[in-house]
Ligand binder design. Sequence first.
Ligand code: ATP
Length: 246
Amino acid sequence: MISLRGVNKTFARRGGAPLQVLRDIDLDVRQGEVLAILGASGCGKSTLLNLIAGLAHPDSGSIRIAGQDTAAFTDWRSVGYLFQDDRLLPWRTTLENVSFGLEAARLPRAERLARAHRALESVGLKDFTEAYPHELSGGMRARAALARSLVNQPRILLLDEPFSKLDPAMRAQMHAELLAVQAEQGITVVFVTHDVEEAVVLADQLVILQPRPGRVRERVALDLPRPRLPEQAEVAERVRQLRVRV
Ligand SMILES: Nc1ncnc2c1ncn2[C@@H]1O[C@H](COP(=O)(O)OP(=O)(O)OP(=O)(O)O)[C@@H](O)[C@H]1O
């Protein structure tokens, strides 16, 4: 579903030498698979996600989605992106924030609202459709943002540390909800995290980047049975082994 070959990315710097952020990245993510990208701060994780999302372009190498180069890809509505901050619009209700994601889709208003209602229901927010973002807790805001990215029924979901501000219990709940929707709809997921435990609980494979320039240092297949909980012995053991390597 997603394939990167020999991807390089360098940024120009004012008053300094250009900064090579990513070097020679090869990656493959199969349909319905969950990939975690781990690595030290500044090693290019968000840049990698932005390249897959078509928000930036590689200097060389190729990025393909469903076999099509991102430079020629047009179906960006099928690619959802959940950012570190939730980016909810404060003057819109939860329902309006979620249906906002559909406004470019030229659907009748009634259909937009029906889909937004369904997306909010799938993340447990059906009783908060008329609340404004400031009336929601951190966990509810994260759910609303997830609903907004699901409302277009994406085939691919990209997540940049979207749960990092939540407390551990809420984060675990979001993990379960994300995996439930992901499995039900066969969504291909790529997410960036600093949290090894989050990576082990969610991912089928993980990639550890090493910094300056960001390169793939290690690839790990995670074939532990699901559902995975941090307190399970084999999950905890995997987390312990990986923590020393990130
Ligand atoms: N648009 C840009 N222009 C110039 N430099 C950039 C740009 N975007 C990112 N960088 C630089 O690229 C490097 C990698 O940034 P990136 O945000 O991809 O790292 P990261 O691994 O996601 O970091 P963190 O974990 O702290 O979020 C950083 O040194 C950053 O300053």
